[in-house]
Design a protein around this ligand. Structure first.
Ligand code: DLL
Length: 435
């Protein structure tokens, strides 16, 4: 496949040049934040660091971290670095508990963010000949707006569908010949399932690529979506705090996502000590936005667990790659003292021939953790014969025990009984938090 880039000079820049660019931007950014954000200035003062101490990227480790708790403390305007009169947009996280994170954008911030998304669409093979169906939610969530802007920049014919109304998604996809689909992986799987039910085969729809992110998804799920939709499925990563989707994106190699590191500098730290870890080690991902104007977060702890790699990529891009996030420091369930990630359950399900339609329910009864997994059967697996069900449940519980080291109680439930998601899927119900 011919390699296309949206901003070739940046995307294929040498490591030395990139470091120089990042260093120049960081020095300016630290001064901008110190001068305009009293909240962060106080953190720097407490740590005894002045903007003059930061000469380049090698000095980044001297700066204090920011966390979600800081964002909540400073809500809504405490981390704003530009007057509101220069801001043109607000987005917010989808979180339902506590204070939401509110992020601000100047016109330049929106522009650079859209460039990042345009790089992602181009890496997925997008050109001005494509019809790009954006089925991420529009509104406060960044998914719709980000990919929409990127799609415009590439020159695709943009279908601003937003999420939901799956029948209409399919009708437009088919009637208007969508070639690129952008949505969460769980919604892509649902669209695929609905297409199949309606008797479509992958050859009936012109889709060639999907740009899926905003939640964790496994390689097994990728292969399944690729087969049902007849496409190549590309991962995309981002978070509201750093602007939204497009912080990192996948290329044709599909072995991790290139970080747009001219805008977002990535570090991996030990989540317990805060120590910066060398390339290749697993830890918490931390981002510094190097040129955002309105909401420039320095050393923001994402809570995503990840690994970085500078291995040469066959696509020609030199941008550092992040692996698929392996979970979040706060998503990780500790059940009977064992660390459990929902992605591990998903891997087992897909290996055992089930769909990734499941829900994990954790509770505490008499000081003991209970661990149940409701798993949906496919139509062809469905049985209501008790002895057969029991055998299937035992087999699946055994496979999960091998993966996790602890034994769940598995309940197989009828097809279509686990709620489908048009946005981010809710996989875990942890009732222990309510106690
Ligand atoms: O989810 C932004 C986004 C929109 C990304 C559309 C990609 C596509 P938030 O709602 O603030 O922003 O959630 C950010 O979602 O810290 C990760 O835990 C998770 N996440 C995002 N992309 C991925 C991905 C958007 N590709 C949080 N794989 C992040 C795994 C992801 N997790």
């Amino acid at each position: 496949m011919e390699q296309r880039y949206y901003q070739k000079d940046i995307e294929t820049m040498s490591y030395e040049e990139m470091k120089k660019l990042q260093s120049e931007k960081l020095v300016k950014q630290v001064k901008h934040v110190y001068d305009n954000v009293p909240y962060y200035r106080n953190l720097m003062d407490e740590k005894g660091v002045k903007p003059e101490d930061i000469h380049g990227i090698d000095d980044l480790h001297l700066l204090p971290f920011l966390s979600k708790a800081d964002l909540r403390d400073a809500y809504p305007y405490g981390l704003l670095a530009k007057p509101l009169s220069e801001c043109v947009r607000i987005h917010s996280t989808s979180g339902t508990t506590g204070r939401r994170v509110v992020a601000f954008y100047t016109q330049k911030d929106v522009d650079l963010w859209e460039d990042c998304c345009a790089r992602a669409i181009t890496a997925a093979g997008g050109t001005n000949d494509d019809v790009c169906q954006v089925a991420y939610g529009y509104g406060l969530f960044t998914g719709g707006a980000g990919l929409h802007g990127g799609s415009h920049k590439v020159g695709c014919l943009t279908l601003p569908m937003s999420s939901g109304n799956t029948e209409r998604q399919i009708q437009f996809m088919s009637d208007l010949g969508a070639t690129i689909l952008c949505c969460t992986p769980s919604y892509a799987a649902y669209i695929g399932e609905t297409l199949k039910e309606q008797g479509y085969t992958p050859d009936d729809i012109p889709l060639k690529a999907g740009i899926f992110g905003a939640e964790p998804w496994t390689e097994e799920m990728r292969r399944q979506i690729e087969a049902t939709l007849g496409i190549k499925a590309y991962d995309i990563y981002g978070l509201t705090e750093t602007s939204g989707p497009g912080v990192a994106f996948e290329c044709s190699e599909q072995t991790g996502m290139h970080v747009n590191e001219d805008h977002f500098y990535a570090e991996i730290i030990d989540p317990d000590t805060g120590e910066v870890l060398p390339e290749g080690e697993k830890g918490e991902l931390v981002f510094t936005s190097l040129d955002k104007e309105a909401f420039p977060l320095l050393r923001y702890r994402t809570r995503d667990i990840c690994v970085l790699s500078r291995k040469k990529c066959s696509c020609g891009r030199t941008l550092v790659k992040m692996a698929k996030p392996m979970g979040r420091t706060d998503d990780m369930l500790i059940i009977r003292g064992v660390n459990v990630f929902p992605s591990q359950i998903e891997t087992v399900l897909l290996k055992e021939g089930y769909q990734p339609n499941y829900q994990i329910i954790v509770d505490r009864v008499n000081n003991n953790d209970t661990f149940e997994v409701n798993v949906e059967m496919n139509a062809d697996q469905f049985t209501d014969i008790a002895s057969e069900l029991l055998m299937m449940e035992k087999k699946l519980a055994g496979a999960m025990k091998t993966m996790l080291g602890i034994n769940p109680t598995v309940h197989l439930v009828p097809p279509k009984s686990v709620a489908r998601s048009e946005g981010k899927a809710v996989r875990v119900i942890d009732k222990r938090k309510l106690i």
